[in-house]
Design a binder for this molecule. Structure first.
Ligand SMILES: [Zn+2]
Length: 333
């Protein structure tokens, strides 16, 4: 079963969380295969795309689990438009505050088995990565909060793993020292996050070093650095084979770790698609485009990108989408 566990290091300004997605991750992958269409990139993900999407999913669940926010956290990478663009055109994960999540990737051309992270998703530095927080309840006119996440380091050098992208982002924009390790395969997606806790009155790292608690602060950074080094020592195959208990014991058996009860309910797959949402997407195409599609294919059949659920609109259904609401008489059953 999928699990999310949080913990702290007692007396040290360091907290952590570990996630392991199993059945729900497998369900996402099997739905993808089950509902494969005939378009390019449909069906089973190439392994390295699957693994990257799993890492993104684990990371997004960890981030949602780490904030107090009532709404969706959406982590997405959009590939570039130019000719030498990356095979992955879009990768997106959405995690709600109740830890239900869904994820999908759009693969637009063939993937080499050994493609580097930056080639896979950020060829020519064209990709954009963003984290969006979309509140469940919005006041009128409220927009979701969006942060742009750079895919390259401070010197403009491309970052070579998704974990390093997020570590860099957390430090630069949230002033949070973070160590993140991620791994995924066709069976599970696993992530371990360690973070230095923001201290009272501390605005950023520069501020921390000019504070009167200078020496104390340096001591606390040493604690974080030691725990981060331990965290980085875990190997991918250990993350993908050991239980959560074994991973935490193997890394932190000498540290004063205190664990909370696992997240309940646990992280799990759930799609929020509906016929009404699909209808509004079709409406946004406009009436003439919709009529053209219906004529070509005798109706509109679409599958949800996230869960594969098929939705079909015949000629009459589609015509009703463009009628003013008051003239649509609901059918009686
Ligand atoms: Zn769906």
């Amino acid at each position: 079963m999928s699990e999310l566990h949080k913990f702290i290091f007692e007396g040290l300004p360091v907290r952590g969380a570990i996630v392991r997605l199993t059945d729900s991750w497998q369900e996402i992958l099997s739905r993808r295969e089950l509902h494969a269409g005939d378009e390019v990139g449909s069906g089973k993900y190439p392994d390295i795309v699957q693994n990257l999407l799993g890492e993104m999913t684990a990371a997004a669940v960890l981030m949602q689990g780490n904030i107090k926010f009532n709404g969706s956290l959406i982590l997405q990478v959009m590939g570039g438009e130019k000719k030498d663009m990356s095979p992955i055109k879009l990768a997106v994960v959405e995690v709600k505050s109740d830890l239900t999540f869904r994820t999908t990737a759009k693969v637009v051309h063939a993937v080499k088995g050994n493609e580097s992270f930056s080639r896979l998703i950020n060829a020519g530095n064209q990709a954009r990565c963003a984290i969006t927080l979309d509140p469940e309840v919005k006041f009128q006119g409220q927009q979701p909060y969006q942060s742009i996440v750079p895919l390259y380091g401070d010197q403009g050098d491309p970052l070579e793993s998704f974990a390093s992208v997020l570590e860099h982002y957390m430090l630069q924009s949230e002033q949070l020292d973070t160590k993140l390790v991620l791994a995924a395969n066709g069976e599970m997606a696993v992530g371990l996050l360690i973070q230095r806790m923001p201290l009272k009155g501390e605005n950023n790292l520069a501020g921390a070093f000019t504070s009167t608690e200078n020496e104390d602060q340096i001591g606390k950074n040493e604690d974080f650095n030691r725990i981060a080094t331990l965290t980085a020592s875990i190997k991918t195959d250990e993350l993908l084979t050991l239980s959560i208990d074994d991973i935490l014991h193997r890394l932190f058996w000498q540290e004063p770790i205190a664990r909370y009860e696992p997240a309940n309910p646990a992280p799990r797959f759930q799609c929020t698609c509906s016929r009404e949402r699909v209808a509004s997407t079709i409406r946004s195409l406009g009436q003439s485009e919709t009529e053209r599609m219906i004529e070509e294919r005798d109706g509109i059949q679409v599958n949800c990108d996230f869960c594969g659920q098929p939705y079909s609109f015949d000629v009459i259904d589609a015509a009703m989408l463009f009628m003013p609401a008051e003239s649509v008489v609901p059918p009686k059953f």
